[in-house]
Unconditional design. Structure first.
Length: 215
C-alpha cells in the first residue's frame, strides 16, 4: 500500500512538473546565419565590386513571457565575421578614401563579438517543431582584428579604422527551417576617413540573408 502511494505521488509530481514545464518551453537557442552585405547610403564614387558577405553564430537564452510559450525574449552571445569587397582604399594620409578606379576589388574584413536581444513571436507549441516565427532584434557589436587586402598588394592588419562598437536592428521571419533575415546598421562602420568622402558619416552596412535556428 505504501509502495502504491509512493508511486502515485511520484507520478503526480512528475506530471505536474511536466505541465508547468510545458508552459515555459524554449525554442531556437542556437542560431547561424549567412548574409549578403551592402552599403545602404549612396556615396559618390563608391562601388561594391564582388560578393560582400558575413556570417554569424551564437547562443540565445530563450525566456518565455507568456504561458503558451509562443512569446519570448532572447538574450545571447555570438561571433561574426564580415568581408566587404569594394573600391575603398587606404590613402597616403592613412585614411579610407573612395578610389577613382571604380573597378577595384579591395577587401576589408573584420571580426565581431555580438550581444543580441530579440523579441520573439511564434506559432509554436510543445509538440510542434514546424511553426511560423517573427523575431525583432537589436544587436551590439564589438569589432576587432580589421584586415585590408588591396586588389594589388599584400594583406595588412589595420588599427583604428573600423569603429570599435556598432549596433543594428534586425528582422527574422519564416516557417520551419527556412527563415529570411534583414539587418540594418544604426551606426557608421568606418572610424577614420577622408573628409572629402564623408565615409565616417555615411558608411552604414545592411544585410539580407538566411538564418537557421536549433534548440
Amino acid at each position: 500500500m505504501r509502495l502504491m502511494l509512493l508511486i502515485t505521488f511520484s507520478l503526480f509530481n512528475t506530471l505536474n512538473g511536466q505541465e508547468n514545464k510545458n508552459l515555459k518551453y524554449k525554442e531556437d537557442q542556437i542560431y547561424f546565419n549567412f548574409n549578403f552585405d551592402f552599403q545602404l547610403k549612396s556615396i559618390e564614387g563608391y562601388q561594391q565590386n564582388g560578393f560582400s558577405r558575413s556570417f554569424n553564430l551564437g547562443l540565445l537564452r530563450d525566456i518565455s513571457i507568456n504561458k503558451k510559450g509562443n512569446m519570448a525574449l532572447g538574450f545571447g552571445l555570438g561571433y561574426g565575421y564580415s568581408r566587404l569587397v569594394n573600391n575603398l582604399d587606404v590613402g597616403q594620409d592613412l585614411n579610407f578614401i573612395v578610389d577613382g578606379n571604380s573597378a577595384l576589388r579591395n577587401r576589408l574584413s573584420y571580426h565581431t563579438i555580438q550581444f543580441p536581444i530579440e523579441l520573439r513571436i511564434r506559432t509554436s507549441t510543445l509538440e510542434s517543431f514546424a511553426f511560423w516565427r517573427v523575431y525583432l532584434g537589436y544587436r551590439l557589436n564589438y569589432n576587432f582584428l580589421t584586415k585590408y587586402k588591396p586588389f594589388f598588394g599584400r594583406k595588412s592588419t589595420l588599427k583604428n579604422y573600423v569603429s570599435d562598437f556598432s549596433h543594428c536592428l534586425s528582422l527574422s521571419l519564416g516557417f520551419n527551417t527556412w527563415n529570411i533575415r534583414f539587418e540594418t546598421g544604426l551606426s557608421p562602420l568606418i572610424k577614420i576617413s577622408s573628409t572629402s568622402n564623408n565615409l565616417n558619416n555615411d558608411f552604414y552596412i545592411s544585410s539580407v540573408g538566411l538564418v537557421f535556428y536549433l534548440l
